[in-house]
Design a protein around this ligand. Sequence first.
Ligand code: XIL
Length: 363
Amino acid sequence: MLTAGAVCVIVFLVVAALALILPDPDREPASELPALARSHGIDLGVAVAVNPLTHDSRYRDLVTDHYTSVTAENTMKWQYVQPERGTFDWSGPDAVVNHAGDHGLSVRGHTLLWHNQLPDWLAQGSFDAEELRAVMREHFGALMGRYEGRVASWDVINEPFEDDSPRLRENLWHRTLGEDYVAEALRTAHETDPEARLYINEFGVEGSGEKADALYELASDLLDQGVPLHGIGFQGHFVHGAVPEDLAENMRRFAELGLDVEISELDVRVPEPATTEDLEAQADEYRHVLESCLAVSRCVGVTVWGVADAHSWIPEWFPGYTAALPFDDDYAPKPALGGMIQALSRGRRAQPRATTRTMSGRR
Ligand code: XIL
């Protein structure tokens, strides 16, 4: 005979199990975006921050409901991963990679060599070439090695060109190793994880122009030398009204070199205060970016740079601008989300839009 206490425990356990299995009636239905993206063979990704990812279930749900891939917005950067030489902090990267693994999302690794967000010991250290090579090898070995098989692609080189010119940036790596540092880093990354897809990631190269041409020359040279370069990330931090019209054409010439291409950090910032008209025109811009990716057969995905406006880097880094992402401060979907759905809802890969260089977002 079961006692009344045992019956209570059993009833409690059954109810608890059902609560876990059955959908929460208050939850919005999951969106069609992941299935749509997959139907085109592309990833739709989002940059995530560790704190809300681990503490805010609504934020987590937006990620898993709408996207097929994640990028760590900050936590895989050198400053956080290796704050002291030989001391590694895996708490943030593990949280991102485990969340992705638990929900069937792929992970873009961001980033290995960059001039920003370096720890002091590295930025202010004085290393000769041989020591710096060892530092590079140790860092790649630890970070890429830990996530081998779980992080499919890496931004090995981030922002190799100067902000506003087509010259190779005079960063720590360039100064110490010479301009071959790009090839060296790619080779080292390939030795560390031979299966990983290795990228150069850059901004201001999304439409045609001098900087895009310089990147094209660099990519061609590297491929001619047999350097393991597999893709180009076009960041896509756009200003509303100035999204390049010729995105697809520009990405296509890189694809024709045999490279994968992707929009890796999409946001479209709007001057404050964002009007309803602005947000509607921004939807067209998001649609255009997705359509441009679909128009290039080797475009493997689009990643938006943040889950919701509440967490976007834009207000801090570009004062006077706001509302750059597909969800607002309260996590409500904006017209931009509809723009992405529209682009992906077309049955087949769309044709690029033609001709002029920038879209007239302000109408
Ligand atoms: C940004 C993050 O979004 C911010 O939170 C951080 O303070 C600075 O870096 N290009 C890149 C990204 O490759 O890593 C940058 O991310 C945005 C510009």
